[in-house]
Ligand binder design. Sequence first.
Ligand code: 0O2
Length: 245
Amino acid sequence: MKEQQFLQTADKVAKELVEFTRQADVNEEYFLDIIEEKVLPVEQFFANYACAIMEVETKFKVLNEQFSLKYDSNPIESIHSRIKDYDSIIRKIIRKNLPRTLESIEENINDIAGVRVICSFVDDIYRLAACLLQQDDITLIRKKDYIKNPKPSGYRSLHLIVQVPIFVENEKRPVKVEVQLRTIAMDFWASLEHKLRYKKNISSEMMDKLSHELTDCAEISASLDSRMQNVKNLIFSENNKQNVQ
Ligand code: 0O2
């Protein structure tokens, strides 16, 4: 999927360039120079992020297997990854008033590569995050805990910006990846809220009312997570008692 997204993005950039050179009526040699100078670095740029996603996904898959052996349950329900599309990157760079260069994008946009890990329980989120961060090739750049401190909208998730090395020929490159860890309930709320937020033709009074309703729903979802966590804790402690007897 992410390889497909990467190819679509690279293809779009290449087509735009072809169109530009066609309209500018430049010769073939000049066109090939431009491809080498402009298109190949863009392709390499996105390929680095696709590789970094593979690295981080593999780390979570390995942790899932190990947890399953140790605790007899899989902490990860699913993993979804994406590369931010070219238009969104450009919109973000314009919004932040940053230079429109690959170097500036690489330095300032932290969520070009995104890995979303959907967990069963809240404690799985913190355990997985701790295990990822203690790996010696992972560097934590930034952590935002929207579970302990939810956003005013009600949004909850643990966000980590990490740097992971990828190995290209003889070179090692650090690449940033945004990891979002959430429970099924947090993901359910965030996905629906995201869909509704972009609905148009809604009056501002109605929008206010709906925002309050969505924040209430987020609290219900948080309470569900907390009750499911309690059920899990009770089952585990009962199990442990039985094993001791
Ligand atoms: P997409 O396509 O979902 O990835 P920064 O990257 O630091 O400049 P910011 O705003 O500080 O930007 O990042 P933040 O708020 O820590 O995380 C942004 C991402 O979190 C969003 O990505 C969403 O995925 C998610 N998110 C944050 N707040 C909400 C919310 O209220 N509702 C929902 N549904 N999701 C939220 P993007 O950029 O929207 O794009």
